[in-house]
Write a protein that binds this ligand. Sequence first.
Ligand code: CU
Length: 380
Amino acid sequence: MNDPDNINVSRRALLAGAALAGVVGTVLASTPATAEDAGVVTGPPPDLKDLPRRKVDLVDPPFVHAHEQVSTRGPEVVEFRLVIEEKEMVIDEYGTTVHAMTFNGTVPGPLMVVHEGDYVELTLVNPDTNLMQHNIDFHASTGALGGGGLTLINPGEQVKLRFKATRPGAYVYHCAPGGPMIPWHVVSGMNGAILILPRNGLNDGNGNPLHYDRIYYVGEQDFYIPRDEHGNFKTYESVGDGYDDMLRVMKTLTPTHVVFNGAVGALTGEGAMQAKVGETVLFIHSQANRDTRPHLIGGHGDYVWATGKFHNVPDVDQETWFIPGGTAGAAFYTFQQPRIYAYVNHNLIEAFELGAAGHFTVEGEWNNGLMTSVSPPSGA
Ligand SMILES: [Cu+2]
């Protein structure tokens, strides 16, 4: 559908502004067109017909689609499809709602996994049931605002972007449609992550391979829900109606909710992550907007790439690690004791008052050598 020699994104961005002006006129009027600023015109795409192609069906976080850790294939073109879904979502136990903007209907969007040297080929779909213009910026990619300058689409449009995965690591992707639209879309849920594994898998920095038994993707999300004059959270007819109020809350830099995977408690109870004693888990943790500091209560980070980039030697024996806003981190841990672990943002106010906490349920035998109750609580 696109002639890559002649992508005139600026004209399309202007048309989009006109088309949507009746719905969210004040919003778009204040929005510089990112794609227009990019002025991107690409040349003919490279001939990749000799590379194998593989289509991947994405799954909802915290789960991750099946993938090889050590690649048994050469570089390939890996095809993904993301459908943008604007939808009302409940984000806490009190029924507070947000008109979320999502990739594939989840907050965060799904984790994609490829290997270094692969080509990521994404079809991005903006169904005509949506109201807003969207795009995607891959921090893992190079050029054109991370692809944002080539992917701005109106409701009823789709676009296909291909980029080469040159740097191994975990990276954020997010919507970035220009100006104040960027933080608004991101804090309304429109972010996710991609994991680019080294072709021969992870290692400890000394060349010793690291293999995981399970992988979980935790996407941390800050929400800024406006309140009415009585202090109750407000609801709105449509996504655009809440914009002005939400922007005021956003500018306080004080989120009303900081949650894992879209809602307070999403990763607890039925949603708790699972493991067995002796199993190794790779946690991918992204925060597209704010700093965070993951901590596993009762466990550690055996190997941690806090900023998620695998050309760096991992830190070992970590208690808490720091992930700057706009980054996806990776941590690797082998469970040694059973029962419940809490996985939190160790700003404990954010964890226990705003929602940034999940659980691990771990099965297996208790190791008294590591911990034992010498004398249970009793009268002093
Ligand atoms: Cu968007």
